[in-house]
Design a protein around this ligand. Structure first.
Ligand code: NAD
Length: 492
């Protein structure tokens, strides 16, 4: 069994408390590695290292062009090691190799894009209303960033934070999910190889109430960039508010996938399936509410069933598998509990609804792809994030009703509209309360497209040019070019 070490100040080291915890493979249920159980002492060492790198030494001295070059080298190394890192992620989170390999092959683009952006961050000269001054702005790194990540796509979601943070000149301490820490620890080795100075990137693994809390409360952490559940996000934001720290919050979703009667039903069915069964539904942008116009309801359900019935559960490492296990035992239980809740609320199971126990499921934590019809939007199954392969189908009669149902939820991460009517597509995209709206597609993301939540789905944006601003603070510099300092008791 593999035993990992923390990565602090460019070195692999044992946790201060001398304790490790086990991590399991969701497909076999077997422990496959030991992860360091970091504590507040490790967090302090990592944050001090990050602060040292931020304020003195080669990183602080580097030009933005040099930082960008390092980031592009890192992208090349990720591309080189993508297969191995993807395999580690599959062992840890049970998602399909096809999915994780796709993510790992894509991650270098974040480092190329933001590496290129690093030396294009520029301030402006200010057209002042006062004579005798020259003034300009500088955009400076916000400080040490604590990145706290979830288990569903560990390295992709880290890249969304790390690449703009490095481009801005920040240094970073990461706490990955305790369920999927291994890939982040392996990834850290690439930093030294790429030539980053020690302390720019540090990893402290462990539990939320130990490492997570210590990071959030550390006085030298300036910004907390969090991706995870809205419950944890609220807790962190509350603490950060008291301590006056910057935050960015990427939280959960209950995204509506809306199919109108004029849609290409074949495409809409694929979109609905990819929205909820890809990644076993363990994605923040899961299209977990399928809103279907009355006149095509039965036809679309038939199409969905025809595709979803044939979905092959099994070993996530196998290229034939389409649905893998749920990542963690608590999550497995949570998904099963929600299926029971939906049944008790009166929704009708038309597919699945049980544990996956076929031989190809091995000892894994499998839930059958599950579809409920007859769901009303007020039901818990339509309002709460399940984070599993459970689809709720809700009927609507016309566009205003679709919009009302779609927006009648506390989340606002994503939404999709399936229609051939361009006017309707535009109206809906204007009125849907979500950070991302797709028209006739689902689950498309890019380093170029801003991503984030409306309402309870979060604060701030990742991806796109503006994401770098999340890691910068603006300074105005005033230079006296001839003004006379007169009465010292009044404002200039
Ligand atoms: P989680 O909130 O349980 O954990 C996320 C991270 O927070 C983990 O690293 C955890 O250890 C840490 N943590 C827990 N308690 C903490 C505390 N008190 N202080 C500091 N850190 C703490 O979330 P999860 O179960 O790992 O991930 C699933 C959730 O993430 C879902 O709600 C999903 O929608 C959301 N998510 C959102 C996005 C997005 O971009 N919006 C992407 C992926 C996942």
């Amino acid at each position: 069994m593999q035993r990992y070490q923390l990565r602090i100040a460019g070195q692999a080291r044992d946790p201060a408390g001398g304790a490790w915890f086990e991590t399991q493979n969701p497909y076999t249920g077997q422990t496959w590695a030991e992860i360091p159980r970091g504590n507040a002492q490790d967090v302090d060492a990592a944050v001090q290292a990050a602060h040292q790198a931020l304020t003195a030494g080669p990183w602080a001295e580097m030009t933005a062009t040099q930082r960008g070059a390092l980031m592009r080298r890192l992208g090349d190394l990720i591309a080189r090691d993508a297969a191995a890192l993807a395999a580690t992620e599959v062992r840890d989170n049970g998602k399909l190799l096809a999915e994780m390999a796709g993510q790992l092959n894509y991650i270098p683009q974040w480092f190329y894009y933001y590496g290129g952006l690093a030396d294009k961050v520029q301030g402006s000269t200010l057209p002042l209303d006062k004579k005798g001054y020259f003034a300009f702005t500088r955009h400076e790194p916000v400080g040490v960033v604590a990145a706290i990540t979830p288990w569903n796509s560990p390295l992709l979601l880290l890249a969304w934070k790390l690449a703009p943070a490095l481009a801005a000149g920040c240094t970073v301490v990461v706490k990955p999910s305790e369920f999927t820490s291994a890939s982040t620890l392996e990834f850290a080795d690439l930093f030294e190889e790429a030539g980053f100075p020690p302390g720019v990137f540090n990893v402290v693994t462990g539990f939320g109430h130990e490492v997570g809390t210590a990071l959030v409360e550390h006085p030298l952490v300036a910004k907390i960039s969090f991706t995870g559940s809205d419950a944890t996000g609220r807790l962190i934001n509350e603490k950060a508010g008291k301590l006056l720290k910057h935050t960015a919050m990427e939280l959960g979703g209950k995204s509506p996938n809306i199919v109108f009667e004029d849609a290409d039903l074949e495409q809409a069915a694929f979109g609905a399936i990819s929205g909820i069964f890809a990644a076993t539904g363990q994605t923040c942008i899961a299209g977990s509410r399928l809103l279907v116009q009355d006149s095509i309801h039965d036809a679309l359900v038939d199409k969905l069933l025809a595709v979803a019935r044939t979905a092959r559960m099994g070993d996530p490492m196998s290229p034939d598998t389409q649905v893998g296990p749920v990542t963690t035992p608590p999550q497995y239980q949570k998904v099963l509990d929600y299926i029971a809740i939906a049944r008790s609320e009166g929704a009708t199971v038309v597919l699945g609804g049980e544990k996956g126990t076929a031989p190809e499921c091995g000892q894994g934590w499998f839930v059958q792809p599950t579809i409920f019809t007859g769901v009303r939007n007020g039901m818990r199954i339509a309002q709460e994030e399940v984070f599993g392969p459970v689809l709720s189908i809700i009927r609507f009669k016309d566009e205003p009703e679709a919009l009302r149902i779609a927006n009648d939820v506390r989340f606002g991460l994503a939404a999709a509209v399936w229609t051939q009517d361009i006017g309707r597509a535009i109206r809906m995209s204007e009125r849907l309360q979500a950070g991302t709206v797709w028209v006739n597609t689902y689950r498309a993301v890019s380093f170029m497209a801003p991503f984030g939540g409306y309402k309870d789905s979060g604060l701030g944006r990742e991806n796109g040019i503006d994401a770098v601003r999340e890691y910068l603070q603006t300074k105005s510099v005033w230079i006296n070019s001839g003004a006379v300092t007169g009465n010292p008791f009044v404002m200039r």
